[in-house]
Design a protein around this ligand. Structure first.
Ligand SMILES: [Zn+2]
Length: 404
């Protein structure tokens, strides 16, 4: 791997709110030298690599959260190509996709569509589930570059590119997009481009993380370089209103990072959901951030109090582990290794963490050891790991967050 390109990384700075256009206020949280995620390395990297200053801003006008510094897409996602995530391969991915499909069905009932388009279609699991509902289904995702033929079949067409680069001739009557809008540097332009193509009958379904959920659970570890946008219900309504659209309905999937699923169409009846808005304030965000920092500090101190030659293992080589390490203020070199059940990660390191990943069959002394849960991004993951660990009876299990 070319380590050098992950040093002295150049970023694009966002000076205005991407939803309402207001000049950003001072950042409310700073993350100096914040690590990139999802980049594994074959060998231990000793130099300072894969870190970029980051800042979190909150717009008091429209209620939108955003990070200031945007890392180049190629650098951010190109290096992770080894770990191509397929929705259909993980039970969790299928479960959240099915939740989304149920939401779609509950709104469109038995309506048949001419053209359904999905922006950020991953392995087309969702489109395939909707296959009988439309004459034609088009999936667009840059991860499919060069694999279009592998994924296209019958009435499904895969396009391996960024939506921003694609010209569409078809009349689109349903648009869906899961877990994509948070990654887009200009979400308003992104949604506007497809809204402009739509008719009054076109129905839209989007899913993305919700700021209220992050704040409810004090999950500031969910702020990271890849998520550029942190929508609140208020900023969603602001955006839709600005684009001449109205919210039809929304739902929260508490098993999938507390993401919000929204359905909307062109129209002007935005007032219906205004009463549901939480007018988030900066002091409220900062108070919750301090609760998060307290649990991180407590876990970090527990690690530092472990004396003698006791062995400590991490469990779960999560994509987001560098972010946990950052908040713990610990490079995790105190761990023997990070245990993971995915054999593809055996022997790897993170580009920005000096700790090796090993599969569980090589570790025979879990019962005599202390375990730090290192895959905390999803609560379901934590629960699964705990159910595996408890029968192995480790000396202690340290949960960085006091929340499962
Ligand atoms: Zn704003």
């Amino acid at each position: 791997m070319d380590i050098e390109k992950f040093q002295n990384i150049v970023v694009e700075k966002r000076s205005h709110c991407v939803i309402c256009g207001k000049k950003v206020d001072a950042s409310i949280i700073e993350f100096p030298d914040f690590p990139m995620t999802e980049i594994y390395s074959d060998e231990l990297v000793k130099e300072k690599t894969g870190v970029v200053d980051q800042r979190f801003h909150f717009c008091t006008q429209c209620g939108h959260g955003q990070i200031a510094n945007v890392i180049d897409v190629e650098l951010q996602y190109g290096g992770a190509s080894f770990y191509y995530y397929r929705t259909s391969e993980s039970a969790r991915g299928r479960e959240s996709a099915d939740f989304f499909i149920n939401f779609v069905n509950s709104i469109v009932k038995d309506r048949h569509f001419k053209n359904i388009i999905e922006l950020g279609c991953n392995d087309l699991y969702v489109l395939k589930s909707l296959q009988s509902r439309a004459d034609k289904l088009i999936g667009i995702d840059p991860i499919l570059i060069g694999r279009e033929n592998e994924f296209s079949e019958n009435n499904i067409i895969a396009i391996g590119d960024f939506f921003e680069n694609v010209t569409l001739d078809e009349e689109i009557d349903m648009v869906i997009s899961l877990d994509t809008l948070e990654h887009v540097s200009n979400p308003k332009e992104f949604v506007k481009k497809i809204v402009d193509k739509a008719s009054n009958e076109t129905i839209f379904f989007f899913q993305f993380p919700l700021l209220e959920t992050l704040l409810d659970a004090c999950r500031f570890d969910h702020i990271f370089h890849q998520h550029l946008n942190y929508f609140s219900l208020k900023s969603i309504l602001y955006l839709l209103n600005d684009l001449g659209c109205e919210l039809i309905d929304y739902k929260i999937n508490s098993n999938h990072w507390g993401a919000i699923l929204i359905s909307f169409k062109k129209g002007k009846n935005g007032a219906k959901y205004l009463k549901n808005i939480w007018e988030i304030t900066v002091p409220e965000i900062l108070e919750r951030y301090s609760v998060f920092k307290c649990s991180m500090d407590a876990a970090s101190k527990r690690l530092s109090y472990i004396r003698g030659d006791k062995k400590i293992y991490g469990y779960g080589a999560a994509l987001m582990l560098p972010v946990l390490s950052y908040h713990l203020g610990n490079d995790l070199s105190c761990l023997e290794c990070v245990i993971d059940d995915d054999k593809r990660k055996e022997g790897l390191y993170y580009i920005n963490l000096p700790v090796k990943i090993q599969t569980r069959e090589n570790i025979l002394d879990i019962g005599d050891s202390i375990i730090l849960i290192t895959a905390i991004a999803s609560m379901n993951n934590v629960r699964q790991i705990l159910s595996k660990l408890i029968p192995l009876n480790p000396k202690q299990i340290i949960l960085p967050l006091n929340l499962i």
